[in-house]
Ligand binder design. Structure first.
Ligand code: IPM
Ligand code: MG
Length: 372
């Protein structure tokens, strides 16, 4: 029996192409693993009304962790129109499968490294090395939303003096409500992960990013909790910034920052910004990590316009495999994989279209494999 059982979730579009690239690297490393394919993605939405079928969830529960390619995700109404005719108007509602995986497996920590590998022509500036810790199950991704606004919810919210004016302006049938629910436990956990990482890897500082001047209660909870947690790490300074200013400063002085920690939505936004500083989504990997399970993915989407062309950059996917290896405890393999990727970037002989080259997805993977 293999040492690890890994769920293999290619998903949509270029997802399966970059997963093929990851397989080349993992096989070259001789990872002792069995890979179990899981159905996930748009095809299963259109044909079954569920992009993350129960059989896939069941299979995931029997594995150590999952590697995930990419998923097409669309707003609710657009998604509903693409259901096969027999499933139309039957009440199926599209929810992003990656968001569901994070919720169902309580993958509370999303870790997103953004490193400017030397020689990458797409680096905004050399020497950038950021890691974003994004809370992954709460906040605006908690899924507590309403449209139209039920009378009972409106009435309950009217305990707040500022609520009534919305009812005066519009009928409830024309009011939408999304919530940002954050818990002290969730805030403390993500901040602690950020500090633990900073301590382990000798990082210079941790920056907690929110907007407590406007989102006074949720933002306030995040900042107060961060201060409490920071007391356990007296040698690592905690910086506090607002999300808007932080975006500006990351563009202005990216070298000042090191480990960033945010709630879910701000982490989503700022991690795309950080990714672009080091070459774009083709270089950005993510680990969705819980206490017992984890899902590793590139942060790019399924890129439908490039599907079947084998042209997208597999580096984000390869770096996601590196994060998986580290998480499994195969740190030596993880380091070798990252070094091989870094070497290929530095040599610059094999480059995908985004890097100004014409190499294909699997050529890049094979070059990385040669370096291994
Ligand atoms: C990400 C993505 C997802 C998110 C989408 C695909 C639902 O943008 O992983 O950052 O918003 O979390
Ligand atoms: Mg995102």
């Amino acid at each position: 029996m293999a040492k690890y059982r890994i769920a293999w979730l290619p998903g949509d579009g270029v997802g399966s192409e970059v997963m093929e690239a990851a397989k080349i690297a993992l096989d070259t490393l001789k990872l002792d693993a069995e890979y179990i394919h899981g159905d996930i993605g748009w095809e299963f939405w259109m044909n079954e009304g569920d992009p993350l079928p129960q059989r896939t969830i069941k299979m995931l529960k029997e594995t150590d962790c999952a590697l995930f390619g990419a998923i097409t995700s669309k707003p609710k109404d657009e998604a509903a129109r693409e259901l096969k005719p027999e499933l139309q108007d039957k009440g199926y509602v599209y929810f992003s499968p990656i968001v569901r995986l994070r919720q169902e497996f309580d993958l509370h920590t999303n870790m997103r490294p953004c490193k400017a590998y030397p020689g990458n022509p797409l680096n905004y500036k050399d020497g950038i090395d950021l890691v974003v810790f994004r809370e992954n199950t709460e906040g605006m991704y908690g899924g507590v939303e309403f449209f139209p606004l039920p009378q009972s919810v409106f009435d309950a919210l009217c305990v707040h003096p500022k609520m009534k004016k919305f009812g005066d302006k519009s009928p409830l049938s024309e009011i939408a409500l999304s919530t940002r629910i954050m818990t002290k436990k969730g805030c403390a956990s993500i901040v602690r992960q950020a500090f633990e990482f900073a301590k382990k890897f000798n990082r210079r500082n941790v920056t907690v990013v929110d907007k407590p001047n406007v989102l006074r209660e949720t933002g306030g909870l995040m900042i107060r909790t961060a201060r409490e947690v920071a007391k356990d790490y007296p040698n690592i300074p905690l910086w506090e910034t607002n999300i808007d200013a932080q975006c500006m400063w990351l563009v202005k002085n990216p070298h000042d920052y090191d480990v960033l920690v945010c709630e879910n939505m701000f982490g989503d936004i700022i991690s795309d910004l950080c990714a672009q500083l080091v070459g774009g989504l083709g270089f950005a990997s993510a680990g969705n990590i819980g206490d017992e399970y984890a899902v590793f993915e590139p942060t790019h989407g399924s890129a439908p316009k490039y599907a079947s062309q084998y042209k997208v950059n597999p580096i984000a996917m390869l770096l996601a495999a590196k994060l998986m290896l580290d998480w499994l405890g195969e740190v030596d393999m993880g380091t070798r994989l990252e070094n091989a990727v870094a070497k290929v970037i530095e040599e610059g002989k094999v480059r995908t279209y985004d890097m100004g080259g014409s190499s294909k997805t699997l050529e890049m993977a094979e070059e990385v494999a040669r370096k291994l």
